[in-house]
Design a protein around this ligand. Structure first.
Ligand code: HEM
Length: 389
């Protein structure tokens, strides 16, 4: 039994000491607060994500009630239902001109930094991460981006809604935001569309045996999950770079860029975990988990497991191998991982090309959240920058 509370102020500020205690003392524990088993070690999280026979994303397989298949997204289905939907979307994603999207992400970031060059300070999350991520995800889809500030409010309400099990008051604003986002997306389906992922999946859906409703549900997941997680990953990455003197400068070495991006994702990934339902009674680390029970794989904790990563609390930009779980693992691993990496890389490159070395202007501000962790306000400045050590 553990009283793990992700919304406790000290845990919101820094969950890693808590994760360390959990891994050491209660690696698999029942949480009344979550109504779920929670696993914190890398090997156990990896198993929960990989063994789809035992740990279901489609909770119906474990005896839970859920809407019919067409109303579910790929995140809530398992093979065989999951396979055609996922294939349709991942093929469409790979078919897009990701190099062009990367070039635009670099250009967008450079333009924002130029505008902000003389500002006393700016909020990296609101003024850089959100517009750049929104532009990139909309370019991928081939749709007109909505106004960023208004959209970010809706997305934030939905992200907070992921914690409704812990904070019931966030549910209603999340439902309202969902309605408004559905209205926004309804326009995409009728408006003249540019070539892009949306056009391709609509075109290919029939042949793939995927209904238009299912396309709709999956585009919504891809758009919302893609935006909020990328904003979070970008803000976390920049915070980590600014908190480690010399780290950004080291990424000038092109040989370090890819491994550096991976390490930034591992070191402080935005998604703290994901939940599966147990299809058959099993044991995890000697603990019996009964059929039907939920299991939360807390990969924020797994990514700092010393059994898997040497010096796990250090940011080692050349870490290799680096099989972190920040983008998930197994059949449900992030299908937008390519784009996610492209955007983080573009941000790092443009931070290096910025008019002056960036530094933190004030401590970051965090809204308490369990599922997605990143600074909601990240004050950065290009002024009076001290030389990199
Ligand atoms: C750095 C940014 C990102 C992070 C940290 C991230 C993280 C994740 C994680 C952890 C999962 C697995 C969830 C689970 O197993 O339950 C996932 C799945 C997914 N992600 Fe991402 N993601 C990112 C960016 C994106 C982008 C840019 C897109 C799309 C444009 C996207 C689309 C998806 C989709 C569709 C799934 C569901 C895959 C499936 O269930 O088969 N993600 N993501």
């Amino acid at each position: 039994m553990s009283d793990y509370d992700p919304l406790d102020a000290a845990t919101v500020a820094d969950p890693y000491p808590v994760y360390e205690r959990l891994r050491k003392n209660t690696p698999v524990f029942w949480s009344e607060r979550f109504g779920s088993w929670i696993v914190t070690r890398y090997s156990d999280c990896h198993r929960v994500l990989s063994e789809v026979d035992v740990f279901a994303s489609d909770w119906r397989r474990a005896g839970h009630e859920a809407p019919p298949t067409a109303a579910l997204s790929m995140q809530e289905l398992d093979p065989p239902d999951h396979t055609p939907v996922r294939r349709l979307f991942t093929t469409a994603l790979r078919d897009q001109d990701l190099d062009a999207i990367a070039a635009f992400a670099v250009r967008d970031t450079a333009a924002v930094f130029e505008q902000l060059a003389d500002a006393p300070s700016f909020d990296f999350t609101a003024e850089v991460a959100r517009p750049v991520a929104l532009q990139a995800v909309c370019r991928l889809l081939g749709v007109e981006p909505p106004p960023v500030a208004a959209f970010a409010e809706l997305s934030d309400a939905l992200v907070r809604g992921m914690d409704a099990g812990l904070l019931p008051e966030v549910l209603e604003p999340a439902m309202a935001a969902r309605g408004r986002i559905n209205a926004l997306m309804a326009e995409w389906f009728t408006a003249h569309r540019r070539p892009g992922l949306l056009t391709q999946v609509l075109h290919g859906a029939g042949a793939a045996g995927v209904t238009e409703d299912a396309v709709w549900n999956n585009v919504r997941v891809l758009f919302l999950a893609g935006f909020s997680t990328t904003v979070g990953a970008a803000a976390n990455a920049v915070l980590a770079l600014l908190e480690h003197p010399g780290a950004l400068e080291r990424l000038r070495d092109p040989a370090l860029l890819d491994s550096g991006v991976e390490e930034l994702l591992r070191y402080d990934g935005p998604v703290q975990g994901t939940t599966r339902a147990c299809v058959e009674t099993t044991t995890i680390d000697g603990v019996t988990v009964e059929r039907g029970r939920l299991v939360l794989a807390l990969f924020g904790a797994a990514n700092r497991d010393p059994e898997r990563f040497a010096a796990p609390d250090e940011l080692l930009l050349d870490r290799h191998p680096n099989r972190h779980l920040s983008l998930g693992w197994g059949p449900h691993a992030c299908s937008g991982a390519l784009l996610a990496r492209i955007i983080i890389r573009a941000l790092v490159q443009e931070l290096l090309a910025a008019p002056a070395p960036p530094r933190l202007a004030a401590p970051p501000v965090r809204v308490p959240r369990a599922t997605l962790r990143y600074p909601d306000r990240l004050p950065v400045t290009f002024q009076n920058a001290e030389p990199e050590r």
